[in-house]
Design a protein around this ligand. Sequence first.
Ligand code: UD1
Ligand code: CA
Length: 466
Amino acid sequence: MLPAMSQSPIVVILAAGQGTRMKSERPKVLHEVAGRPLIIWSIETARAANAARIVAVVGHQADRVRDAIDRRYGAGAVETVLQAERRGTGHAVMCALSVLAGESDDRVVVVLSGDAPLVSADRVRELVAACDDMALAVTRPTEPVAYGRVVRRADGRVDRIVEDADATPEERAIEEMNAGLYAIRLGKLRADIGRLTDDNAQGELYLTDLAPGAAAIEAPFDEVRGINDRADLAAVNAIARRSIAQRWMRAGVTLEDPVATYIDADVDAIGGDTWIGSGVHLRGRTSVGARVRIDAGCIVQDSAIADDAWLKPYSVLTEASVGARAQVGPFAHCRPGTRLDEDVRVGNFVETKKAHLMKGAKANHLAYLGDASVGARANIGAGTITCNYDGVKKYQTVIEAGAFIGSDSQLVAPVTIGRDAYVGSGTTVTKDVPRGALALSRVKQHNIDGWADRFRAAQAKRTSSR
Ligand code: UD1
Ligand code: CA
């Protein structure tokens, strides 16, 4: 028999349950912790632990769960097995055995629960190292939970696990509980799993009935905590948030208030000396450069923010890129396809979508730039709107380098404003503007002398005669 340490384990992830206690239309393992579905956390743990194979047991809404896995890793990268009927954790592992027929008896199978996302790869390695026939993790919960109670033998090995529903009051008083992760020799699984019975309070085949004689390792509750309901989900999110915040602070990022900062697990870079205000959300695959300032309340999703940029309060960015030293907000909305080059300024109440603003371009107040390309140093006046949509199709607006768009102008696409051209305030541009020209479309102003005085006098007369 190979020593367990010398081989990488097969990891089986139990993810077939409905998660009744979540009271959700969504399968439990697709609920998210720090922006990542639970099932993805378990798969990431398995990968980090160098799993030889990863097999997810799916059942309830299996197609949705499979889709979520395939979307992230590509079709087939993670094997799935269908547990058509949910007959318990023992039965789920039995289903997984069907795809392990070619593996040798001395392989170690690690079983993870798809609802315990924060288990570390180190813990998996420790468990594999402790496994002769079987090892499992025990934990001492810091609050009341309905976990399996672990009864130990005099030699420290597991005597048995009693599920909460089956426990006597004395057994229920046991403080050591089953964390729900196991390393089991494949030969033992093959020999023993057929002997499980559903002779228990829940009428299920319990994987925990294989535990007698197993070695036990200890794990902190925060790490192995499972998610059964929404309160658990919030608690585990808080734990994840705290550890993610710690990691970035140690990497040289200032968080004004780490408890009120929401950084997703998949945010892969935040540079040194970046400052992040309270209530900021960095979501999805966002990356942030060095010396960036992100003020309170910004929500940044799947975006790239370059060095020395400044996101002012309450700006919302989705699938956007922000160049070095660029400034955005307060209250700016950069929608998908926004590309701001170096030194660009996008000010308050400016909305951008599929818009490329080149180096040093400015749109400082109240504007909508959609399907637009804005050349270097161009200045977009307050209230400028690209009219990019005719109700059927979208059209492109091109504003060339150095152009100046006066306030309250409408640019009716498709249209091009030439290099260094001017658009007078209040102009509706419907034709291309040549390089260096001035476009003006507004009605000529004429003043009527004394009109306001006469108007007021007439009003006053009417009210007094009433
Ligand atoms: C389980 C353990 C319990 C342990 C606790 C730790 C059993 C019988 N009990 O209880 O000792 O203290 O975890 O969190 O194992 N699943 C399937 N197919 C099924 C049933 C469950 O795939 O037929 C999956 C679920 O989707 C879930 C995991 O297995 O991801 C655990 O099932 P769950 O019902 O949450 O078990 P617990 O009651 O929490
Ligand atoms: Ca559970």
